[in-house]
Design a binder for this molecule. Structure first.
Ligand code: FES
Length: 79
């Protein structure tokens, strides 16, 4: 996904991988960032991993929960 292995850890605080987010959103009809937080706990600690504009960390993330959410939505539309 987006050039990353599915095992890539998106949220370092909660140790959540891309794959865990994909699986969690599998049955959600219209998934949101809130669903990612509620279902996986990703983005519920320092919150730097939610989206780029909100990343106040010293070390910027390479990929964010929002990127994954957008990609999942895109894949669903494109088939
Ligand atoms: S890296 Fe996800 S909450 Fe801190």
């Amino acid at each position: 996904m987006l050039g990353f292995e599915k095992s890539y850890e998106v949220c370092n605080c909660k140790r959540v991988s891309i794959e865990q987010i994909i699986l969690a959103l599998n049955k959600k009809e219209n998934p949101s960032l809130g669903d990612i937080q509620n279902l996986t706990s990703a983005g519920t600690d320092c919150r730097h991993c939610i989206f780029k504009e909100g990343d106040n960390g010293k070390m910027k993330k390479k990929i964010y929960c929002k990127d994954i959410l957008n990609e999942i939505k895109k894949e669903r539309i494109d088939g």
